[in-house]
Design a protein around this ligand. Structure first.
Ligand code: THU
Length: 160
């Protein structure tokens, strides 16, 4: 038997103001999108904005359903729409912001496991890493230089 270690590196910016201007702009689009969340059940609003290599910005928010599992997270709403509308475009950057209606969310909120799996599919398809920035309503911003850092040892088409 041998041990296999998997390491990931993430970066932390103390506030949005510390991030590059282009990221601040993208995060503001995510925050705008967050306001369009339909989340009457969880009261947890998430917004995502994607910058594509054709210059387009695609945004999305979580859309819930009375039949809970039928709802969809903001990240997948956005990336599926980008894939549907611009199938040839590559996703360069992704910004995510989450805000709870119940309490202040001041810690970075990472994408859930199902969203990581979905984003991984696009990262592999486009053969280019997607830079991911995520935050709460306020506070620090975390950066992952690629989805692979958030989902190491993932299941993909090569396993089929
Ligand atoms: N949610 C997202 O939109 N993205 C995530 O990565 C985590 C969770 C949504 C789903 C649901 O509408 C609400 O947040 C609470 O889980």
């Amino acid at each position: 038997m041998k041990e296999v270690k998997i390491e990931s590196t993430l970066f932390v910016f103390e506030s949005l103001k510390e991030t590059p201007e282009a990221i601040q702009k993208l995060m503001h689009k995510a925050i705008e999108a967050r306001d369009n969340a339909y989340a009457p059940y969880s009261r947890f609003h998430v917004g995502t904005a994607l910058l594509l290599d054709n210059g387009e910005i695609i945004s999305g928010s979580n859309q819930e359903n009375a039949s809970y599992p039928s709802g969809l997270c903001a990240e997948r709403t956005a990336i599926f729409y980008a894939g549907a509308k611009y199938p040839k475009a590559k996703v360069l950057k992704m910004a995510i912001s989450a805000a709870s209606q119940n309490q202040k969310t001041d810690k970075p909120i990472p994408p859930c496991g199902a969203c990581r799996q979905s984003i991984a599919e696009y990262e592999i398809k486009q053969e280019k890493p997607i830079e991911i920035y995520f935050m709460g309503e306020t506070g620090s911003v975390m950066k992952s230089s690629s989805l692979a850092n958030l989902l190491p040892f993932s299941f993909d088409a090569s396993n089929l």
